[in-house]
Design a binder for this molecule. Structure first.
Ligand code: PLP
Length: 228
């Protein structure tokens, strides 16, 4: 577990540096450790080393891990089927992957049943990649303007995934664009919406994402497998 400690310290240092470069405090950036496919023992070791937030992309695995480590804060970051919404709402502190209106209606319904307000991020497909989920940037405003119908949801910001590239620097324009949209729409008022979070950046590109304004990064392989 010494390696795990070293990798976490190293990443925290890089996060702190990127935060400073973008005029913010290291504590302004939330690190979500993406623990998908990682053994629960290793997740627990990371938790004991001070990692408090974990992200999962499969519902069954998420539920198993929440059960084993209820003290941690869990994030749903993967594509969510409407028939699995009932297994996620109430289990996680934030759903990053709200990518369509249908899903919003379903989450809203579940929130009403549990009498809870469900925090979500709107996933945006900046690069317009067909295989990727997310709303089209041009549709964000309409989505938010319609959020009056979602009284059991709190839309707390945006999430995006940059395309996989050989050269991390190529992701910068994607992060820049979502930051600009976020900044513009934050000045406006929408129902059931408080755009405080910008979730962008993974192992390959989190420093760039932070430099461009991200305040949540989702890092998996660099923590758990020592890549990047
Ligand atoms: C897997 C995953 C990550 C983390 O990716 P790494 O390259 O392992 O850091 C981040 N966000 C989402 C949505 C993911 O599915």
């Amino acid at each position: 577990m010494k390696d795990l400690q070293v990798r976490i310290d190293n990443i925290k240092e890089k996060i702190a540096r990127a935060a400073t470069q973008s005029g913010r405090l290291p504590s302004d950036i939330l690190l979500v450790a993406v623990s998908k496919t990682v053994d629960i023992d290793v997740v627990e070791a990371a938790y004991k080393l001070g990692i408090g937030n974990f992200g999962e992309n499969r519902v069954q695995e998420l539920r198993m891990k929440v059960h084993h480590l209820p003290g941690a804060r869990w994030h749903m970051i993967g594509r969510l089927q409407t028939n699995k919404v009932k297994d996620v709402v109430g289990q996680v502190c934030l759903i990053h992957s709200l990518d369509r209106w249908n899903l919003a209606k379903e989450i809203n319904k579940r929130g009403r049943l549990l009498q809870t307000k469900v925090p979500v991020l709107l996933q945006v497909n900046i690069a317009g990649e067909e295989q990727k989920a997310g709303v089209n940037p041009d549709d964000i405003e309409h989505f938010l303007a319609s959020a009056g119908e979602l009284e059991q949801i709190s839309i707390q910001g945006f999430m995006t995934m940059a395309p996989l590239v050989d050269e991390p620097e190529e992701t910068r324009p994607v992060f820049k664009e979502l930051y600009q949209i976020w900044t513009r729409l934050r000045r406006r008022s929408f129902p059931n919406t408080d755009l405080r979070y910008l979730s962008m950046g993974m192992s390959q590109d989190y420093e760039i994402a932070i430099q461009e304004g991200a305040n949540i990064v989702r890092i998996g392989s660099a923590i758990f497998h020592g890549e990047n």
